[in-house]
Design a protein around this ligand. Structure first.
Ligand code: HEM
Length: 446
């Protein structure tokens, strides 16, 4: 029996080694196991070029230049202080997503640990594992059913305060206000817009990595949030003990909520902003979204809130949102740390498939029909990542984006005030001036 298990182990190790060798080997016979590419300057490596292509609005250029020059599957570089192998295409995504905790593990650059100093002095990896355990009960579709009405209610207040009776608005700050307000309401039971505003400023600074975390100051809105009593994610964290019967420390809870608020806030607001941009540029797409949303709106009684079934009917709108997520993916990719053999970080890149004609013909063309039927091939559409570390906020994001689209098109048509506004990706894509638009309210609003 022992011999059997030893053989099995040998077989496993050989297959691991061979699969890594296959992915990393150059085409030239006799070459080393390192993928082709260059690591650039000492210390900064190729980070500057990586960031610069983003600042110029074309983060995919960094990837595609190297895919053309070195290899369409994997190339070597040096990013954000780390030697890295960038995995490209559907095969690269599949390899990283399906080998989580077998060959690779999620990993963040050390700057993340500095911005999120953990109360318990553990690494961001351990913190993420804890977070991952907490989340499913809140963010799985069934649990989200009861969020839809609350989202609708907050969206109504948001549009009434920020959009209505204003000729011109700037979309990005408003979209941030919307997603932040929702997160405050759903995660820490804060609904009062004044309190939300007070919280928003330090969060925005924090998200940019400029200040340390303002969490444990008595009397701050965040602290008040911790005392909020509704059964939300906060009270769950307060009431749940781990397998050893230990309850989470207050600071630890604050850490987790902070992660949730930041992780979910900028990504979804970037997506909402690009939806407004593309709908302004594509009147036919706008018209089709408008038609779908008005059918839902007209079937509602006065004051009746949106519900789960309504959101299931928003199929075309979600295809539009997916096409926006393909073209302007809020996250560009993420790192993985190999568990065996290599001393190089691995990186998956959304653009290596999203903007690749092999997987999306005419990749620059906005075409929501790509998502009809069975949709894109597996591992090609990855705005939320994939495998065990796929974004746990995906369904939550879908709901908040659809509720946003519903209120937006139900109320307005709009036009961009800067027709060729530049896009900056730093690290999320946003229009350089925040997307100023001129609003034209519909007259037929109830
Ligand atoms: C359009 C909106 C969003 C996009 C595009 C997005 C994208 C992603 C991606 C690509 C990852 C995986 C990164 C990796 O491979 O390591 C991720 C992870 C994560 N997302 Fe999202 N996300 C969005 C919204 C949200 C929301 C609304 C929440 C919370 C309510 C959230 C919470 C998280 C968390 C906690 C993780 C880390 C999971 C882990 O480490 O296992 N995200 N997100």
């Amino acid at each position: 029996m022992d011999v059997f298990y030893v053989s099995l182990l040998c077989l496993f190790i050989s297959s691991v080694f061979l699969s890594l060798h296959y992915l990393f080997s150059k085409k030239k016979p006799g070459s080393t196991a390192l993928p082709p590419g260059k690591t650039g300057w000492p210390i900064i490596g190729e980070s500057l070029e990586f960031l610069q292509t983003g600042w110029k609005g074309h983060p995919e250029k960094f990837i595609f230049d190297r895919m053309t020059k070195y290899s369409s599957t994997v190339f070597r570089t040096h990013l954000l202080g780390e030697k890295a192998a960038v995995f490209c295409g559907a095969a690269g995504n599949k390899f990283l997503f399906s080998n989580e905790n077998k060959l690779v593990q999620a990993w963040w650059p050390s700057s993340v640990d500095k911005i999120f100093p953990s109360s318990t002095q553990t690494s961001s990896k351990e913190e993420a594992i804890k977070m991952r355990k907490m989340l499913p009960s809140f963010l799985k579709p069934e649990a989200l059913h009861r969020y839809v009405g609350i989202m609708d209610h907050i969206a109504q207040r948001h549009f009434a305060d920020g959009w209505e009776n204003r000729g011109n608005i700037v979309v990005f700050p408003l979209a941030k206000n919307y997603t932040f307000w929702l997160a405050c309401r759903l995660f820490v039971s804060i609904e009062d817009p004044k309190q939300v505003d007070e919280l928003a400023e330090p969060f925005n600074l924090l998200a940019s990595g400029l200040i340390s975390i303002p969490i444990d100051l008595p009397g701050t809105p965040f602290n008040k949030g911790i005392k909020a009593s509704n059964f939300d994610i906060l009270s769950h964290m307060l009431l749940t003990s781990d397998e050893n019967g230990k309850f989470m420390e207050e600071l630890d809870i604050a850490d987790k909520i902070l992660g949730l608020l930041i992780g979910g806030h900028d990504t979804a607001s970037s997506a909402c902003t690009f939806i407004v941009k593309y709908l302004a540029e594509l009147p036919q797409v706008y018209q089709a979204v408008y038609k779908e949303q008005m059918e839902i709106a007209k079937a509602k009684g006065p004051g009746e809130l949106l519900n789960w079934d309504d959101l299931q009917k928003m199929k075309y709108s979600w295809n539009v949102a997916c096409e926006v997520l393909r073209l302007a993916s809020p996250l560009q990719g993420a790192f993985r740390k190999p568990l065996l053999i290599l001393h190089t970080m691995l990186y998956w890149s959304a653009n290596s498939t999203h903007k690749n004609p092999e997987f999306f013909p005419e990749p620059q063309k906005f075409n929501p029909s790509r998502f009809e039927g069975s949709g894109p091939a597996p591992y090609t559409f990855v705005p939320f990542g994939g495998g065990p570390r796929m974004c746990p906020g995906k369904e939550y994001a879908r709901l908040e984006i659809l509720v946003f689209m519903h209120h937006l098109v139900k109320r307005f048509k709009w036009e961009k005030m800067i027709p060729d506004e530049k896009i900056v990706v730093d690290p999320m894509p946003i229009p350089a001036k925040g997307l100023p638009v001129r609003l034209f309210p519909h007259n037929n609003l109830a």
